[in-house]
Design a binder for this molecule. Sequence first.
Ligand SMILES: Nc1ncnc2c1ncn2[C@@H]1O[C@H](COP(=O)(O)OP(=O)(O)OP(=O)(O)O)[C@@H](O)[C@H]1O
Ligand SMILES: [Mg+2]
Length: 295
Amino acid sequence: MTTDSTATGESPVQEGARSASADRAPGSWLPDLGSEPTPGQLLSIRHVAKHFGPVVALADINLDVPAGQVTALLGDNGAGKSTLIKIIAGIHERDGGAIYWDGKLVHIRTPHDATQLGIATVYQDLALCDNLDIVANMFLGEELGRFGIIREAPMERKAKETLTSLSVTSVRSIRQPVGSLSGGQRQGVAVARAVMADARLVIMDEPTAALGVTQTEVVIDLIRSLAASGVAVIVISHNLNDVFAVSDRVAILYLGRLVAAGAASDFDRQTSVEIMTTGTAAGAGNGTRGAGLSG
Ligand SMILES: Nc1ncnc2c1ncn2[C@@H]1O[C@H](COP(=O)(O)OP(=O)(O)OP(=O)(O)O)[C@@H](O)[C@H]1O
Ligand SMILES: [Mg+2]
């Protein structure tokens, strides 16, 4: 059981689904998370900081990421979104702070460390091999087989099952080269790869940025299926339509600081844009939302 033993005397850490409006300080869009990991959260980030030379990319970041939900990470260009997910994915090492996974302190120093924990990152410019087919891409480096002989049939079966479970059913053949797929289908293959790796947290950086309307819907459905299967999802997106179509939670960075976090229903587009561009918005901290705020 975690108690908030910090010397601030602020509100205690609450368990379970937190209402952003209930436990944040007056005038703030941030819940007070204290210094300990929140029980029941898959990922708890505490006081994480990162600088590049004189540039403070992240300062004192506190964020909880629950399993089975989609957390949108928002912020203007240069706010620190990519830096934060690269720290979680083991690409950058943090300068300070702590990361807890299932409530336990972890040190994610390399991408391999992140993979071992069950963290998968899907980048917009997807790291897929265009000349290989879908099955080969899904099993790249993890081929099934014994004594150096790759067993194609079980790989095909597993690939098909995973794609179907994610409702990626529009591909002609799982033996078609990935280079011939649409953006949405490629996104599907990349996510299926993460699912097959038994990822417990999938991070997606701008998953819909290059996609048309129909493909965007495919990816949004994919993100929903992932969360419904119990996976924690962090989505970075500049498209607030997508964000509000798919997110359960919202976290907003401003100039390297986390300035807002909470249930997506506590935010609307206008408020989010205001916070993204100024670091704050009217109406925080009083525990009551104005009319139309969740529209
Ligand atoms: N490798 C690096 N070396 C030096 N500075 C960096 C590096 N990576 C990021 N920064 C700086 O850190 C800050 C945060 O950058 P970051 O890429 O995290 O922003 P972002 O929120 O992802 O922005 P965008 O929406 O444009 O992708 C910026 O000021 C950026 O210039
Ligand atoms: Mg970025």
